[in-house]
Design a protein around this ligand. Structure first.
Ligand code: HEC
Length: 140
C-alpha cells in the first residue's frame, strides 16, 4: 500500500512537471521576440537622445524577456524536434540568454558612466547573439 501511494505521488509530480513545461505557444514566443526587438530600438533611441532612463528601460525589458525563450508546445510534442532542442538548441539558448543578460548589464553601466562608444559595442554584441540563434535555429 505504501509503495502504491508513493507511486501515485511520483505520477502526480511527473504530471505537474509536464504541465509546467507546457503553455509556451508560438504566439507567446513571437510576442516575446517583438518585445525584444522594441527593447533594442528603445536602447538605440536612448543612445541617440542621450537618455540613460530610456536605455535602462530597454535593457530591463530585454533581460526580463530573453529568459522566457524556450521550445514551444508543438516542438515539445514533436519528439524529433524536441530531442534536437534538448541536445543542441537548449544548451545554445541558455548560453545566449546568459550572454545577453550580462551584456545588457554592461551596456547600461557603460552608458551611465558616459562611455557611449563601449555601450554601443555591447549593443552590437547583443544583436549578434540574437542573430546567432536566428541563423542556427531558423536558418535565416
Ligand atoms: C534562442 C533563440 C532565439 C534568440 C536568442 C532570439 N530569437 Fe528572435 N526568434 C527566434 C525564433 C525561433 C523566432 C520565430 C518565432 C516563430 O515564428 O515561432 C524568432 C523571431 C523573431 C522575430 C520575428 C517576430 C515576428 O513578428 O514574426 C523578431 C523581431 C526577433 N525574433 C527578434 C529577436 C531579437 C531582437 C533577439 C535578441 C535580443 C532575438 N530575437 C533573439 C529565436 C530566437
Amino acid at each position: 500500500m505504501e509503495r502504491f501511494l508513493r507511486h501515485i505521488t511520483m505520477l502526480t509530480a511527473a504530471t505537474t512537471v509536464l504541465v509546467m513545461a507546457e503553455g509556451y505557444t508560438q504566439a507567446d514566443r513571437i510576442a516575446d521576440m517583438q518585445k525584444m526587438a522594441q527593447a533594442m530600438q528603445d536602447i538605440q533611441s536612448g543612445f541617440f537622445y542621450n537618455n540613460v532612463d530610456i536605455v535602462k528601460a530597454g535593457t530591463k525589458v530585454l533581460k526580463n524577456t530573453i529568459v522566457n525563450v524556450r521550445p514551444i508546445d508543438s516542438e515539445v510534442n514533436n519528439k524529433d524536434i524536441y530531442e534536437k532542442w534538448l541536445n543542441n538548441d537548449l544548451k545554445m539558448t541558455h548560453k545566449i540568454q546568459k550572454k545577453i543578460k550580462k551584456k545588457a548589464t554592461v551596456l547600461e553601466e557603460r552608458f551611465a558612466d558616459g562611455d557611449a562608444i563601449q555601450a554601443l559595442q555591447e549593443y552590437s554584441r547583443i544583436a549578434q547573439q540574437c542573430m546567432k540563434c536566428h541563423v542556427r535555429l531558423r536558418k535565416w
